[in-house]
Design a protein around this ligand. Sequence first.
Ligand code: ADP
Ligand code: MG
Length: 613
Amino acid sequence: MPDIIQLLPDNIANQIAAGEVIQRPASAVKELLENAVDAGADEVKLIINDAGKSLIQVIDNGKGMSETDARMAFERHATSKISNIEDLFRIKTMGFRGEALASIAAVAQVELKTKRAEDETGVYLEIENSIVIKQEPVAAPTGTSIAMKNLFFNVPARRNFLKSNPAELRHIVDEFIRVAMAFPEVFFSLSSNGQEVFHLEKGTLKQRIVQILGNNYNAKLVSVQEHTDYMNIYGFVGKPETAKKTRGDQYFFVNNRFIKSAYLNHALMNAFDAMIAKDSFPMYALFIDLDPSQLDINVHPTKQEIKFEDEKIVYAFVQSAVKHALAQFSITPTLDFDLDVSIQQLDAVSKPFTEEKKSSATSSSLYSTFTKKHQSHFIESKSELKHWKDFYEPENKVNIDNPTLSGDEIGRGQQALHAANDQRTSTDNLTQLHNSYIVVQTNKGYYLVHQQNAHERILYEQFIAAVDGKPIATQRSLFPATLELSVTDAVLLNELLPDLNHLGYLLEPFGNNTFVIQGSPADVTDGNEKVAVEKMLEQYKHFSNDLKYTKREKLLRSLALQQSIKAGVSLTDKEMRVLIENLFNCSTPNITPNGKPTYLEFKKDELDKMFGR
Ligand code: ADP
Ligand code: MG
């Protein structure tokens, strides 16, 4: 038998290694931008076509490379940034592994043009499959331009694995923002398919944040700044009122490197404590500087996760710095929900209800006076509790003639069929309670309808019908509003345009992340179109991490949630009647798309029993 082990050819070894570093166009973007920054550039231009699939080019005015260095740069483990293991603990540059260019040259066609200030002419290189196929002198400005074309042209399996252009573009924009945010003293631009989407002039960090995240942050940033011998923190957090329902605008940088850290995020959320609603996320862009020897940035191949030598100190430091900043600017808490702040902070509301508390509560005198028999505050004893529960159970009635239920409702629907009965409702005398509930009398008792939940169900079913072919009519706007979005939101909205069109929204892309709202459904009042679309996007992003829903399903749910009449709104008799009729014409009237009850049924029999009749 012959021996069977052989060394892999260089280009194949490089291709395999490349898998670690370059997973998608955005990873190449990150590496090239970091190289430009490491080269001392103060002007960096990123150009992409087809979401980076056909072209990613970075042009910088950094220090450039000599002819020999230019060739060396594409060798694996070739770096000018470290020369021994101790250097790893003194790292001040973004790169240091010497793998990026070698990886890129293994999986794309690369064209490099580079010139140092001291050289007369520059050098031009073409590389494919890790092999230099062309090299010649070239006239060039000082700096470097690297173009990588047809990413994964020689690794079809990886190429096929790439997502849609909008999805890949979003990843690229994310990486671009992370680098641009960390270096406000550097000019950055990003052009996609010939259109400039970002043009970030040099400036302060604050200016950079506003350039990237939008003008609405302009007067809404609180500066964070603490310096100690051990570490520094600086940057900005958004005032509590800018907190969003989605986790978008949150950036941590350690020694200028963007990192993901659930741990530090927790420290920050703690610092905001009761100032924001529990389910919302504050904006932050915070930079932590500490001695590189206190870090291990080597844990993750793309270096987005790092290990601190002493995590607890960093946690405490971040938390107190942010708390301090918020206090100093005497931010008064503003909550975007109904409950009063003082109530929010009561232990009873904010702390979990433990067994221990339960027993102390039941032994209190207050509890016993409320539980004495034959008093009006009578609370059912344990054995009767089950009965109470049945009483409050939402009515599971569905219309058997029209049992079209969407996926996750089928289970509930089948179970509900058994409960179908001959209930008749009357819409003659409807009463609204607390501007939130509608009492509907039936021949067997009454329904207590939650107006917002009910409307959500109605809209959801209307929207399903709309995208299935009965489009909702569009009303042309007399004065079309313009919608200016962040790049990520613009990419998202572009994906949703066709479905939105069926739902009555006529939006036209206007370049530069701007859309003109030419028309909207008739029930969106004039002047509110813009807010409606913005809120829909916000809600959509909130659902975005929910993998179990399709893009369309997320859109329908977002719109239903967002456009439903809210609790607290007073309704006219006619509005109540339409709402109730529409609700009971739904194929699944009893629950919202998310499974909350739309109404509870109160049976006359049971009521009679409770009154001893
Ligand atoms: P690393 O950044 O980890 O050193 P890379 O493969 O990204 O590894 O780059 C290899 C080397 O090529 C760098 O160390 C640097 O000397 C040189 N280089 C890469 N990009 C540029 C650039 N835009 N300008 C000048 N030199 C560069
Ligand atoms: Mg590098």
